[in-house]
Design a binder for this molecule. Structure first.
Ligand code: SF4
Ligand code: SF4
Length: 70
């Protein structure tokens, strides 16, 4: 299935604003480290189907990490 929300993980600074704003509570902070040394936000493949493409996360992100598709 196509992803509804994509994260450009290398730009994420792990501020977790997107985690807080998501009404479906599907965004998590991963265990991985990106090139900036932060743990990037992500949505698991299983939870992609729960995303409503509301785009609140993308509007909240200060670093333009998130793209939302319908
Ligand atoms: S688009 Fe909406 S439902 Fe989907 S991850 Fe972002 S805030 Fe959550
Ligand atoms: S709001 Fe943006 S920078 Fe902050 S954790 Fe989410 S994706 Fe990363």
């Amino acid at each position: 299935m196509e992803k509804r929300v994509r994260f450009h993980e290398k730009y994420c600074k792990s501020c977790a604003l997107c985690v807080a704003v998501c009404p479906r509570k599907i965004i998590t902070i991963s265990d991985r480290l990106n090139d900036l040394g932060y743990h990037p936000a992500t949505v698991s493949d299983e939870d992609q189907a729960k995303c409503t493409s509301c785009a609140l996360c993308a509007r909240m992100c200060p670093d333009a990490v998130i793209e939302v598709y319908r």
